[in-house]
Design a protein around this ligand. Structure first.
Ligand code: NAD
Length: 290
């Protein structure tokens, strides 16, 4: 019998912690501020950005939403980043991904003041994660996965963990977090060139799937009693739904769930955690910058 890890509830608890921390910072004369920069008119990105700004408002953070036209040049975007780096009311800066194709995202990330890089993508923060330096910012989605494991009471020490996917946003930082001191898992990172992925997964006590392929992880890939964290968000056609599509994860939930001791659903699992950890990182930035 599996237990479903309720990401909405865990995220709500993290946001309540954030509400209290925000009040403490404000009592010291610091109003934490987050700037979210969006280039172009991708509808999904607009939804994400609006919900980040709304959450800031609900918790008492200051926020700035900067929407730039799709034709914004690299230099214009870098100028906005530099202006936000210098703005003392802003502690966290996030440039919503993906930007239009003509934008060099890596150069934009490197232009961020690493002390305000609340996504944790700047090379200085990547290094701090590898060094286990707690002054760095941990990317929000893998940090959220770690909180879900903790909330579900999953013991990571000595566990065999398999992370599927090696992106800088999810897979790689997830592997570092699982192997870090205090987590102490034995970690395997699988990716598109891995051989016998089902066999690798069958060894796992903990599987974290971050691939972007709908329902790829099947029941016979999963050991009885394993814990499964599904990061994937995939749209699949569904004529029976109003929108014409539905969201599924990277895990074939219906067949996998009965084998797991715990599993995250999609939606309602990892998704809600990302924004909660973004706010958490912004508060960390505000505390560190003072
Ligand atoms: P990405 O495309 O950058 O990386 C995908 C990774 O999967 C790559 O490392 C690749 O090697 C691996 N891969 C691809 N095909 C594979 C295969 N057949 N077998 C094994 N590995 C394979 O994606 P990402 O940014 O890491 O995101 C992964 C998924 O997580 C996407 O569905 C994305 O939408 C979702 N996501 C969700 C959140 C959230 O808040 N819940 C946040 C970020 C990403």
């Amino acid at each position: 019998m599996s237990s479903v890890i309720d990401g909405k509830a865990v995220a709500a608890a993290v946001l309540e912690e954030c509400r209290a921390e925000t009040a403490e910072l404000k009592a010291k004369g610091i109003t934490p501020g987050l700037a979210v920069v969006l280039v172009g008119d991708d509808p999904a990105s607009h939804v994400y950005v609006s919900s980040k700004v709304k959450t800031c408002g609900e918790l008492g953070l200051h926020s700035r939403k900067i929407v730039l036209p799709a034709a914004t040049t690299q230099e214009e975007l870098l100028a906005v980043v530099r202006e936000l780096n210098a703005d003392p009311a802003i502690h966290g800066i996030l440039v919503q991904s993906p930007p239009p194709k003509h934008i060099n995202e890596e150069e934009v990330v490197r232009a961020l003041d690493p002390r305000k890089d609340v996504d944790g993508f700047h090379p200085e923060n990547v290094a701090k994660l590898a060094l286990e330096d707690p002054t760095g910012f941990v990317p929000c989605t893998p940090a959220g996965c770690m909180r879900l494991l903790a909330a579900a009471g999953v013991k990571t020490a000595g566990a065999e963990a398999v992370v599927i996917g090696r992106s800088m946003i999810v897979g790689k930082p997830m592997a570092l977090l699982l192997m870090a001191k205090g987590s102490d898992a034995t970690v395997t990172v699988a990716h598109s060139r891995s051989k016998d992925l089902p066999g690798i997964c069958r060894r796992a006590d903990i599987i974290v799937a971050a691939v972007g392929r709908p329902e790829m992880v099947k029941a016979d890939w999963v050991k009885e009693g394993a814990v499964v964290i599904d990061v994937g968000i995939n749209r699949v056609d569904d004529p029976s739904s109003k929108k014409g599509y539905r969201l599924v994860g990277d895990v074939a939930y219906d067949e996998v769930a009965p084998k797991c001791s715990a599993i995250t659903p999609v939606p309602g699992g990892v998704g809600p955690m990302t924004i909660a950890l973004l706010i958490k990182n912004t508060l960390q930035a505000a505390r560190q910058l003072g």
